[in-house]
Design a protein around this ligand. Structure first.
Ligand code: NDP
Length: 312
């Protein structure tokens, strides 16, 4: 069997083009201003620069006002909190996103304090306690973009969730936990695994829907997967060691050739051999990542509508 590829890139492009862009145009003509997204970037993390560039590009592409608010690497926690407060008060910004990770120099607990400072109605990442609490209770909320995008993908690809056994590997606040809750709200039976789970492969083999959100290249091998299961690969891992790339891709594979040209390759948590066992599989790149950005756009539009009093 070769797994059906769940093309997140194509779906994200379609959602942005056919759903978000026309709704943004309608919002703009009705309210005399576009929805506004502010992205806060502190310091110079090369990966963050790429993520932020993509988000700004998508924001501009759908017709948002999309502003980058930069602070230098030596900014203090007070500087960051002051900027968030200013954006909370801004009339033109409906969404605020603080790009992670924040510099370690801000001190322990800084990220939590910064996220907590974002006004819940502008919290388009869905990280504030108010939005997390509402999401846990299955009430209207701005919900973390990556798990929202995964639900959107499963639903639109007509993969049944209700009554199915979903296994989520990873329990982070931004992916694993909200993912498990969103699946639960759609009536899946949910198991959450983490680094202390014994015999991970055996637990995963029970999954009809397996979500890997770990951050370890190729961790999920074919022995983890029930034949025909849907496998969603959230991981984004940059492999720079030849031995790891060679373990993931057979000799002659185009991605191994690309690794040898460039010295790195972006891979997920799911070993490519899983495509021989799974029923459906998200690729990396081109799976969950683009949907995360599309959901950020969707959340910003919802936040703008709510602030403008025109419903969510
Ligand atoms: P975290 O590091 O916050 O969490 C990783 C989770 O994986 C933890 O719960 C950890 O367990 C668990 N884990 C680690 N090692 C193992 C193991 N050997 N077996 C089982 N569980 C393990 O990562 P994130 O949730 O932030 O991100 C996960 C991955 O998803 C990363 O690769 C990240 O880059 C990617 N990502 C992709 C996005 C996208 O848009 N495509 C968006 C966000 C993240 P424990 O809690 O016990 O430590």
């Amino acid at each position: 069997m070769t797994a059906r590829v769940l093309d997140g890139q194509a779906l994200a492009a379609r959602i942005q083009r056919e759903e978000i862009t026309p709704q943004v145009a309608e919002f703009t003509s009705r309210h005399g201003r576009p929805p506004g997204l502010a992205i806060v970037l502190v310091g110079h993390n090369p990966a963050s620069e790429v993520y932020v560039r993509n988000k700004l590009k998508s924001g501009g592409g759908v017709g948002f006002r999309a502003d980058l608010e930069r602070l230098p690497a030596d900014a203090t926690l007070g500087d960051v909190l002051g900027l968030v407060e200013r954006l909370n008060r801004s009339r033109v910004h409906d969404g605020i996103l603080v790009q992670s990770p924040l510099p370690k120099a801000l001190g322990p607990g800084a990220a939590q304090r910064v996220f907590d400072a974002i006004a819940p109605e502008k919290d388009v990442d869905g990280f504030t306690p108010v939005n997390v609490g509402r999401m846990v209770q299955n009430r209207p909320a701005l919900v973390a973009c990556t798990p929202t995008g995964i639900i959107e993908l499963l639903v639109r690809e007509q993969i049944p969730i209700a009554g199915r056994h979903a296994v989520v590997v990873g329990r982070s606040d931004i992916v694993g936990k909200p993912m498990a809750l969103l699946l639960l709200h759609r009536d899946a039976t949910v198991t959450i695994c983490h680094s202390k789970t014994p015999d991970l492969a055996a637990v995963c083999r029970h999954a009809d829907i397996l979500i890997a959100a770990v951050g370890r290249a190729g961790l999920v091998t074919r022995t983890f997967v029930k034949p025909g299961a849907t496998v969603v690969d959230v991981g984004m891992n940059t492999v720079t060691e030849a031995s790891v790339a060679e373990q993931l891709f057979p000799e002659g594979h185009p991605r191994l050739a690309r690794f040898r040209e460039r010295g790195s390759v972006l891979v997920g948590d799911v070993h490519p051999e899983v495509a021989e066992v799974a029923g459906a599989l998200t690729p990396v790149p081109g799976g969950v990542g683009p949907l995360t950005i599309a959901m950020l756009m969707m959340n910003t539009l919802r936040a703008a509508r709510a602030r403008a009093g025109s419903g969510t």
